[in-house]
Ligand binder design. Structure first.
Ligand code: BES
Ligand code: ZN
Length: 458
């Protein structure tokens, strides 16, 4: 029986790539309002595509971008177990354009890689599951389970409309587990089951000084400089090892178990290799933790963007009227994003000098996710990974965030199997994003196996 889907995946491989490239040509950038029409068009494309492979699909409108919900056709009173695949059709902004070797929305295959914004994050990764299911539907091979696809258009901006929508959709999402490929694996020789993700909380801090940009010769020395004060305040938020200096920040942090620390020691990527690949002279980080722990299991505070004063050509002698910083914290289990934002705001207010007015704008947030990777579904996933990749999979936590995964647990009451197909050099969120074609092909096999294994373990 396995031969049927396997043969189909092989025979239609080139068409799958053509289709994925059509999907990638749509610039579905959720963060930029100028792309609103493109995001809508992308949702429509995906819905139509789901229908073309034999799924029943619909668009669910939200205050923001629509959700695509598609399901395998069912016989009445089907007793099959039901699973859900989650993914996102929105992509990160492509800027800076000049650093792309080829335009971000003109997909290009070179060697084993498919380059385009959204290739690994996340269109290519959830496409794998659509094609695996297509292989069953189009060969008439019976799928051992019902599968729903929930693909949203706002993951890259915090999934804020999906949480309320999830409540409404709960009756039809009576699933036993969620499957997500929106993350990574250390290498093609190290397929991985991820059992934890960091949470995140975002905010923007603005310092307001004089009511207009001032001549720095006429007023400098007597009127304080928002850009300078912003730097001084930000510099107090973290020490040189990355330890966050906001009082109370670590209060609720769940320590790592002995078992987890042992697992982290087995993580296959070397620090020196990573440093070289990223072009940094040296890594850094909190003392007493391995790099993989620093990246996946410890909380952080980062500046994501800084804006103030004159950014154009040449020099301009001014005291800027304001200065702002976009900040996010990555969070670990037991940290409450809202509480962290409160602590941060309070601390910033306490260190802000009288010369400035402070404006604090809270942004999106989501809790960390952590589950025990030892149930029958985890076993099903590990077996599918091993079968498809030909290597024993590893268990790991990752540092990125998929906030809705925690909501799946809260609202639907189920765990998520995170089966990432991204590689460390895939350039997610960076210029020259790509997906490995080997990961794409093996990912389809993994998915096709997975449905058998999950049903057998239900
Ligand atoms: N695919 C990532 C999440 C990810 C990346 C998880 C690598 C694990 C490893 C996702 O698209 C993403 O970028 N999420 C955002 C969430 C944020 C905007 C709320 C993130 O992590 O920054
Ligand atoms: Zn992303």
């Amino acid at each position: 029986m396995a031969g049927m889907w396997k043969d189909y995946l092989k025979r239609h491989h080139d068409r799958f790539l053509e289709e994925l490239m059509a999907y990638l040509r749509i610039p579905s950038v959720s963060a930029q309002s100028g792309h609103r029409q493109d995001v809508q068009r992308c949702a429509q494309w995906l819905k139509d595509h789901c229908e073309s492979i034999g799924l029943k699909a619909r668009l669910i409108p939200t205050q923001g971008h629509p959700i695509v919900l598609a399901r395998t056709p069912r016989r009445a009173r089907s007793k099959k177990p039901h699973f859900m695949v989650y993914g996102h059709y929105d992509v990160q902004p492509p800027e800076p354009f000049e650093l792309w070797t080829s335009p971000p929305f003109e997909p290009r295959i070179q060697g084993d890689n498919l380059f385009a914004r959204g290739s690994t994050d996340n269109k290519g990764q959830h496409f794998v599951h659509l094609k695996a299911v297509e292989a069953y539907l189009k060969t008439g091979q019976e799928l051992p389970c019902d599968i729903s696809f929930l693909i949203e258009g706002e993951e890259e901006v915090g999934s804020e409309c999906l949480t309320p929508a999830l409540q409404k959709l709960k009756p039809e999402l009576d699933v036993a587990a969620v499957v997500v490929s929106d993350n990574g694996m250390p290498s093609l020789k190290h397929p991985a089951l991820t059992y934890g993700l960091r949470g995140v909380t975002a905010c923007e801090l603005t310092l307001i000084g004089p009511n207009r940009d001032l001549h720095s010769g006429i007023y400098g020395g007597a009127v304080d400089n928002p850009a300078m004060v912003l730097c001084q305040m930000l510099a107090q938020l973290r020490d040189a090892q990355g330890r966050v200096k906001v009082p109370g920040f670590y209060d609720d942090v769940q320590p790592l178990s002995r078992l987890e620390r042992a697992q982290a020691r087995k993580f296959p990527l070397k620090d020196s290799v990573m440093a070289r690949a990223l072009g940094v002279r040296s890594l850094f980080g909190e003392k007493g933790f391995l790099t993989v722990e620093q990246r996946a299991a410890r909380p952080t505070l980062e500046i994501n963007g800084l804006t103030s004063g004159y950014q154009g050509e040449g020099s301009k002698t001014i005291i800027p009227s304001k200065a702002s910083a976009k900040i996010t914290c990555r969070l670990v289990p037991n940290q409450d994003p809202k509480k962290i934002l409160r602590l941060l705001k309070k601390h910033l207010q306490s260190i802000c000098p009288k010369t400035m007015r402070l404006h604090f704008e809270p942004g999106h947030s989501g809790k960390a996710y952590l589950t025990a990777p030892d149930g029958p579904f985890a076993k099903a996933a590990l077996d599918a990974l091993e079968m498809a990749f030909g290597h024993q999979p590893i268990l790991m936590r990752e540092g990125g965030s998929i906030p809705i995964v925690n909501e799946f647990k809260q609202v639907l009451g189920v765990d998520t199997l995170l089966l990432g197909l991204g590689l460390p050099d895939d350039n997610a969120h960076s210029p020259n994003e790509k997906m490995s074609l080997t990961a794409f092909t093996k990912g389809m096999h993994m998915s096709a196996e997975l449905w058998q294994n999950l049903a057998a373990n239900s």
